[in-house]
Write a protein that binds this ligand. Sequence first.
Ligand SMILES: Cc1cc2nc3c(=O)[nH]c(=O)nc-3n(C[C@H](O)[C@H](O)[C@H](O)COP(=O)(O)O)c2cc1C
Length: 209
Amino acid sequence: MKKILHIIATPRGEESRTLKVSEAFLAGFKARNPDYAVEELDLSNEKLPALTAKRVDGKYILLGGKDMPPEFQAAWKEIAAHINRFLSADKYLLSSPMWNFSIPYMLKHYIDVIVQPKYLFRYTENGAQGLATGKKMAVITSRGGEYGPGTPAHSYDFQEPYLRTVFGFVGITDIVFINAEPMDASGAQVQADKIKEAQSEARELAKGF
Ligand SMILES: Cc1cc2nc3c(=O)[nH]c(=O)nc-3n(C[C@H](O)[C@H](O)[C@H](O)COP(=O)(O)O)c2cc1C
């Protein structure tokens, strides 16, 4: 069975505005893709491995083009398990609020765990090459303020450009964003209207995803 991995980077569960939009996407996606399993990775409830000196040393061994020596394999077991889980998906839905103009720390931690040489990218004579190819990703975000093109705070958005860059680097270039905003800056009515707007965009996106 094919798989869409839903990576959740908000701890707010039922209160989450981001997840309200993601649920609309998933309802549409499931209806059209009965051959897909939806797997959830809730990063707030996941004990991600710390990037200790030993684990980082392992990364440098791989960067040097060598295989992981046996004495590193125990330390790397959890990292390899997360990478394999990530790579086992055909498609991704990433749900993330904006935190301090970028992504929540648990998502950054996850990215630091999985973006590893030999697994997700490699260096070639022609530069870096992403290895997670042939996959697509939908990113649903919500933000307290407004950051779209033409808004005064557009250049403060380090969330969408960062996610496009890091997932593009590993080979996921088919990536589409729905940003629900502003959630906090313009009051409850605007928030409700913008969630509805983003939900209908999400339903539309799910049709062809
Ligand atoms: C720790 C933290 C940092 C935040 N930083 C920003 C920010 O830099 N810019 C912004 O517009 N909103 C910021 N917000 C507001 C959230 O992005 C906004 O409320 C969002 O809708 C929350 O999504 P959720 O309900 O799915 O968790 C922040 C919220 C939290 C909790």
